[in-house]
Ligand binder design. Structure first.
Ligand code: ZN
Length: 74
């Protein structure tokens, strides 16, 4: 008995690394924030004040959204 399972699976959980630069994205000093997306997590780093954080990442329709913690920075 043959039971071939030829399921046309798309790319299985490809780990994409996206680098992105947010001008004035640092909520601490307002410096440029370097953000790196790795899969479902992200790491942001500010070279000016050495602030490193891991903001939560949300995926929708192939887009990646990073949720910055809204600190009361005016
Ligand atoms: Zn900073």
């Amino acid at each position: 008995m043959r039971h071939d399972t030829h399921s046309a699976t798309p790319a299985p959980e490809t780990v994409t690394v996206q680098d992105l630069r947010l001008p004035n994205g640092c909520i601490l000093c307002g410096g440029d924030l370097a953000v790196r997306f790795t899969g479902a997590t992200a790491a942001s780093y500010c070279p000016r004040c050495n602030w490193l954080s891991h903001p939560p990442v949300r995926r929708e329709d192939g887009n990646v959204f990073m949720t910055q913690p809204a600190g009361g920075v005016a």
